[in-house]
Write a protein that binds this ligand. Structure first.
Ligand code: FES
Length: 167
């Protein structure tokens, strides 16, 4: 497994501990960006904790992710107020802009993940779209499209700089 060193370190911090399952999952996710099944299995076996204890907790809490997520996270609210204000059309537009085919939520280049959530508690500014933790209220399709384009540009520039650095 490629992240063995990271997992060793995480496991070492929890040897003999009781009830550290959530903390371990959080640390794995922070380190790897998501929680690979094989990583959970490895840590569970290493710490003599039943694998089921991890999966039970991880599926209960919405903040844990079992699949890799994009570098940029777009969270679109689908709650009632946002729905009434056109969130569905907005979300379809974002999916089109990102070339996400049916059912896909992350772009193949791992740059963007589009996730749909229920009410984020900002109904007065519906429809709400959160891009990398920045809340966009009364979100219009044009404004969101511009934000996404700007992110693509930033990411491309960053990649170009990385390539230059490696030379
Ligand atoms: S329904 Fe979208 S913020 Fe409440």
């Amino acid at each position: 497994m490629q992240d063995l060193k990271t997992l060793e370190k995480i496991a070492a911090g929890h040897i003999g501990e009781k009830g550290g399952v959530i903390a371990i999952l959080q640390e794995v996710q922070d380190a790897l960006g998501y929680i690979p099944e094989e990583a959970v299995n490895w840590i569970a076996d290493r710490l003599w904790i039943p694998r089921s204890a991890f999966f039970g907790v991880a599926t209960f809490y919405a903040q844990f992710y079992f699949t890799p997520r994009g570098k940029n996270i777009i969270t679109a609210c689908c709650g009632t107020a946002c729905h009434v204000k056109g969130s569905e059309r907005l979300i379809n537009g974002i999916a089109r802009e990102l070339n996400l085919a049916g059912g896909q939520d992350t772009t193949p280049d791992m740059e963007f993940t589009l996730e749909k959530v229920n009410c984020v508690g900002a109904c007065s500014i519906a429809p709400v779209v959160i891009i990398n933790k920045k809340v966009h209220g009364k979100a219009g399709a044009d404004k969101i499209r511009k934000e996404l384009k700007a992110l693509r540009k930033t990411d491309k520039n960053a990649a170009a700089v990385e390539e230059t650095d490696e030379e």
